[in-house]
Design a binder for this molecule. Structure first.
Ligand code: SF4
Length: 189
């Protein structure tokens, strides 16, 4: 759960970006009302399978000579952002990798791009592409200007919700509520 040190020092996590894109209300429950998201079976299983998935992703990407730095903590003062990247693939260049056990989602690309931007700041190198490992296969993600702008726009919205303490409208995709861990607190009211 994110720490809240004060209005000017609030740090958005890369995970917050994908959660906002799932439903902006999740940010309100987590940071304004400080309700910790319960750990689901999928999350626990995800941690256990992560190491195997990273090894498999290296094979699928055919990256000769690359090694993986696993669970890399990242922080950027200029972006006001932090997070823990599943793996950074290090070889001729740097390629961030995230492991996801569900369906493909655009929001995961935004999250991965946030990690890429923090990697660039930490190592002082351009990061042009990365990967998301899904059970259905490996997706290559190019860190386009559009994705980078999305990172900035969404992180600004996350910060606005937290600092203004305003409850966003429920997601228009009401089917998502069925699998939302915050439903008992929210109920779309
Ligand atoms: S229950 Fe629905 S509206 Fe409420 S936070 Fe979850 S996804 Fe959003």
């Amino acid at each position: 759960m994110g720490r809240r040190k004060g209005p000017s020092s609030f740090e958005v996590t890369a995970s917050d970006l994908k959660d906002y894109l799932y439903c902006p209300r999740t940010i309100y429950w987590r940071y304004v009302l400080r309700i910790a998201e319960p750990r689901t079976g999928l999350m626990i299983r995800g941690k256990r399978l992560q190491d195997k998935a990273i090894t498999r992703a290296l094979e699928l990407a055919s990256l000769k000579g690359y090694r993986a730095i696993r669970r890399l903590p990242l922080r950027s003062r200029s972006l006001g952002m932090r997070g823990v990247l599943d793996a950074l693939l290090v070889g001729e260049d740097l390629k961030p990798l995230e492991v996801k056990l569900g369906l493909r989602r655009e929001a995961y690309k935004v999250q991965l791009t946030a990690y890429a931007m923090m990697v660039e700041e930490k190592f002082g190198e351009d990061v042009k592409e990365g990967f998301i490992f899904y059970p259905s296969g490996l997706e290559r993600v190019l860190f386009t200007e559009r994705l980078r702008r999305r990172v900035m726009d969404v992180s600004r919205e996350v910060r606005r919700i937290v600092l203004s303490e305003s409850l966003p409208d429920p997601t228009v995709r009401s089917r998502r509520c069925g699998s939302c861990e915050y439903y008992p607190f929210c109920r779309r009211i």
